[in-house]
Design a protein around this ligand. Sequence first.
Ligand SMILES: [Ca+2]
Ligand SMILES: [Ca+2]
Ligand SMILES: [Ca+2]
Length: 375
Amino acid sequence: MMQRSLLCGWAALAVTCVALGACGGGDGTSNGETSGGGAGLGGSGTEAGATNIAGATSAAGATNIAGAANAGATNAAGTGNEAGVTNAAGTGNEAGAGDGGGADSGAAGANSSAICGNGVIEDDEACDDGQTANEDGCDSSCQLEPGWDCADEPSTCTCESWVLSFDLTGQFEIADTFLGAGDGTFTVSPGTLTLRLESGPSGLEPGDGAVVLLEYAMHQEFDQDIPLLGGQVQTNVDATAGPDEPACGRATGSLSGSTLTWDACPTSDNYGQTDWSPDDALAGPGCVRGYHSEGMVVCTSSETGCSQGNLVRGDNPQDDTWDQPFGELTIDLENGTVAMGRTQIPNRADSSTTWLSFSGTEASRTCEAAPANCD
Ligand SMILES: [Ca+2]
Ligand SMILES: [Ca+2]
Ligand SMILES: [Ca+2]
């Protein structure tokens, strides 16, 4: 008994140690502590075994007992715990570690290394989801992945929010021009739309809830022949909004099923009319804030022809920023598609309207935590 008392580190609790298996074992939550407790320290294998049996990690303890491995060569060699049945039992690692640490006095330190993927959170593991796959919240080193919360043993992880990026192709339409002389529809690309979506009920994929538009971009380059007036209007403009750092976003809305509805974006009375211009667009949480259109429009028609589009003959640099209302989006999260119907874009030509629609396919989907410092 004296030996056991010393093993336990305090003589008065020697009996308790043995009876409850507290010695070295305790709750078995820490390899270090367990080892330090010295269940088998000094080669007292049998007691160490008993300790383990009574300990929380009894399965492994039982294994050790049966195998008399605690004080035996198995653990002393430092190989017993690693390769033995004890570890295979999963939760046995802790007891195993205790056994080895005790019996071996931490021989070779082999017993202090946690095993990621065994479902038990050990040492410096932040999680252990019972496997070593990445991009599920708990990575192959049993560390939390950004944006994920993990709980329990084995760990179950849920994503806070999802960032989806879509590759877009758009249709840019010019309408309502005088005698239709400048009307036309042009395919524009490439485009990008990046949204932040909330997690659905499973926490493992995006679903209904709040949406934030993080980035929008569309390259709008097309040549428009104007047969009636002669010449061409050559447009090369980039429309962009975001991304920002931190990624607080440019517009908010909500997703319900496949419909993304933007929050309020009040427009002026002439919205939808030919005289709606970038100066008229109003602000609201559902508007794409700071929508920026920059580039060049070259008109090679006559002065008269160009003036129909509020252009001068030659170069017409474009650089406007306004808050742009976006139309409702249709999103198919299963198939990874997005589409926006015909939505007016303001222009500075009193005699025309311009419209944008787009569709796209999902290019990426990642779990990311929303920045904390956004209003
Ligand atoms: Ca583990
Ligand atoms: Ca994993
Ligand atoms: Ca106009």
